[in-house]
Design a protein around this ligand. Structure first.
Ligand SMILES: NC(=O)c1ccc[n+]([C@@H]2O[C@H](COP(=O)([O-])OP(=O)(O)OC[C@H]3O[C@@H](n4cnc5c(N)ncnc54)[C@H](OP(=O)(O)O)[C@@H]3O)[C@@H](O)[C@H]2O)c1
Length: 229
């Protein structure tokens, strides 16, 4: 039975990944900041042991190692999905802040620490996919509106991390996909997004199902198109 480990699995895009993968008979490790409060996630539990909910705080660089002690066996999809928009104010003039550093910790360092902890288990699986939930806002080429310094920089840096991982893990057969989910109607995306979580996750899972070595280290829109760095 295939196994996915997904961070930020209690709401938004992560929660929908859990819902759809459970529906496809996957086993899921759902890594969430506060398991006790994860009511929507718990409501998805089919009660047959396929949903395992574990504590994980992306701001704690030791969290992946602690999590690894609880997660056995191959991991077909390691999905670093948890992320934050960052400080309320991150426009020019007030962009250099401690909140900028916090954003890098959650959006950039945490996914790297997660992959460093679990890449061996991904390499033992059938699918061997590392998925990094990035954003088009991390594209430097696509930035024609400025602002959002912390968020943009954290996702641009995540893209750089993903590219290096794709090179360093190539010999292990791991395929690193750097993903833009589209503009999705979640707490982060707000009510005006183009996609429902359902549409977004169907698209992302289609893309992941097609993963092959030629896709390693590329930056994909949910539509399957390559995005410019
Ligand atoms: N929605 C969009 O349009 C869009 C577009 C581009 C990229 N993305 C990316 O997609 C990913 C998911 O976004 P979303 O729209 O689903 O956002 P969301 O609804 O705000 O959900 C964010 C998820 O990340 C988790 N998270 C945040 N900080 C965490 C931490 N320190 N430790 C553990 N979990 C943490 C949250 O958990 P808590 O409930 O504990 O806070 C929540 O589960 C993010 O990486 C985001 O940057 C989204």
């Amino acid at each position: 039975m295939p196994h996915a480990l997904i961070t930020g699995a209690n709401r938004g895009i992560g929660l929908e990944h859990v819902r759809q993968l459970l529906g496809r008979d996957w086993t899921i490790t759902a890594a969430v900041r506060n398991p006790d409060a994860a009511t929507e996630l718990k409501a998805l539990d089919p009660g047959d042991g396929r949903l395992r909910i574990e504590a994980y705080d992306a701001t704690d660089l030791g969290a992946p190692t602690a999590l690894k002690a609880k997660v056995e066996g191959p991991i077909d999809i390691l999905f670093a999905n948890a992320g934050i928009m960052g400080p309320k104010v991150q426009e020019y003039g007030s962009a250099a802040s401690e909140g900028f550093l916090d954003t890098l910790r959650t959006n950039t360092l945490a996914p790297l620490a997660l992959v460093e902890a679990f890449a061996d288990q991904v390499a033992q699986s059938q699918l061997k996919v590392v998925a990094l939930q990035s954003s088009r806002m991390g594209s430097i080429a696509d930035n024609d509106s400025g602002g959002r310094y912390a968020y943009r920089a954290s996702k641009a840096a995540l893209n750089a991390v993903g590219k290096s991982l794709s090179v360093d893990l190539e010999d292990a057969g791991v395929i690193v996909l750097i993903l833009h989910p589209g503009w999705v109607r979640t707490d982060m995306g707000g009510p005006n997004g183009n996609l429902t979580v359902n549409e977004c996750v169907e698209g992302q899972l289609d893309l992941i199902a097609r993963a092959n070595p030629a896709m390693n280290g590329r930056f994909f829109h949910v539509s399957g198109e390559d995005l410019p760095w």
